[in-house]
Design a protein around this ligand. Sequence first.
Ligand code: FE2
Ligand code: FE2
Length: 469
Amino acid sequence: MADVSTEYQLNQTDEYVNHLAKVEETNAAKASENIYNDQGVLLLAKGATITEKVAGLLIQHQLKKELDQTIHVSNSLTVYDILNQILELVESNSELNLLHQQMDFEVTLRQLLFTKPIPSQILQRLTVMSRVMPEVYQRSLFSAWFTPLIAKRMNVPSHSFFSAFSAGLAHDIGLMHIEVEAATARHSLTYQQWRAVKTHPIVGRIILENRKIYDLDTLDAIADHHERSDRSGYPAVKAGKQINWLASIVALSDQLFEIYFDPEYGRKSLQAWIPFLEVNPATFGTKLSDTVLGLLKDPHISSHITSDPDLKPDLKKITSDNTQVSALFSVAAEINDIATHYPRSRLARGITDLIAQLRWVQDSAGLGSDHLQEWLEWSQKNPDTNDNIELVEIGELLADLRWRFRRLWSLAVELSWSAVLSAEHQTSLEKLYAQITPYLPCPGRFDLESFRAEAQADNTEPTPAPSES
Ligand SMILES: [Fe+2]
Ligand SMILES: [Fe+2]
C-alpha cells in the first residue's frame, strides 16, 4: 500500500463534502469565501451552501485552498457544548461517575478545556461527525474524558493532560473523509473499505498538524491509535516500544468504551473491564493495563462494582468456550510455524508476537487447558460445590480471550495475501484461518470474497515505520 502521508492532501475533496451536504438541514455548510479549484475556476460563490448537488461538483476537483478554511458550518459545537456533553455522558452512568469522583476529575477537565482554544476547523468536523456518525462521536467524547483521566492517574506532568484530551477528542477525525458505512463497520469490510479505514489515523494526524497548536504527543497519539503493543495493530504494525504512550491510552479507551456501551456486547459495567485487561496484559502495554486495573481495584471503586454472588455461571457455555479456546491454540501453533519462516515480514512478526502473548495468558491462567476442562466437567456434575464467582470470572476470561483470536485471524488473513509468502504456505495459511473462522465471537474484520478479487493484485504489506529499517 502506498504511503498515506504522501497520498492524502489537505486540498483534496473526498467523502467529507458528502457528509457536509447531509447535514444541510441542521448545520448548513456555507462558503465563507469564494471556493476555487486548483486551476482557479470558481466552484462555489461566497455565501452559497454545500448541497448534495454542490458536493457532487466539488468532489470532482482538487481545491485551491483547504476546504476546512473556506467553509463555515452553522450551529457548530462550542467548547462549552463539548464540556457539557462529556459531563452528561459520565454523570448519567453511575459507574463512570465513580471514576470521575475518585480522580477528582471535574476540576481538571474544566481547566484543560480552557487551556487552549479548540480550532474552529476541528469543532466543525466534530459537529458534522456528531450528526453523521453519532456513535463515533460519543466514543470521541468518552476518549476525551478517559484519556486525560488515566494520564492523571499515571502522574504524568499536568501539561500533558491537554495533549491527552486533544488526542482523545480528535482521534477519529480522519474517519470523516470516508463513507459512514466503512467508518462504522465492525466486521466484513470490503477491500476498498479496509484500505480507506486503514488511512484514518494518518489522515487525522495531517488534519491536526495543520492547525499548528498541537504538540507531537497529540499528533503521534492520533497516528498510532490503532497500533497495539502486541503488534496486532494497524496501519504500520508497530512494536510496543515504537508506539506513542498516549496512543495506547486512546486505543484502550476505544476498547473500554465498546465493552461498556456497545449495543450488542456492551455490559454497562466496569466489572467487565477487568477480565478484558487480564487477558490483554500487553496489548496496550503492561504499565497502562496495570494502572487501569489498579484504579478499578481501588477499594473506593471495587466496593461498588464487585460481581453479584448470586450470579449463576452458564457452565455449558463456559465448558464449550474452553474446548474452543483449546482448539484455537492448536491452530495458532500451526500458524506460528508458518509465520516464523518470514522474520522480515511485519505481519508475520505481528503474528508470532501475538501468539507468544496468547500463550503467556494460557500458561498463567490455564485457559483452554485439559486441566480446566476436567474441572469444568466435574463442576457440571457437582453444582452444589461450585464457586460461582470464580466460574463466572473464568467464563469472562475465556470469552475475552476468543476476541483476541479474532485479531490473530485478521493478521493471518492479511499475511496470506502478502507477496512474500510461498504458494505452499499461502495454501496452508488459508486453511488455517478458515479453521478459526467458525470460532470467532463475531464475523472477522474482512469480507473475504471481495478481498480475494482485489487484494492479491496489491501487496498488502504495511509501510514500515520510519524508526525501523
Ligand atoms: Fe480510529
Ligand atoms: Fe476510535
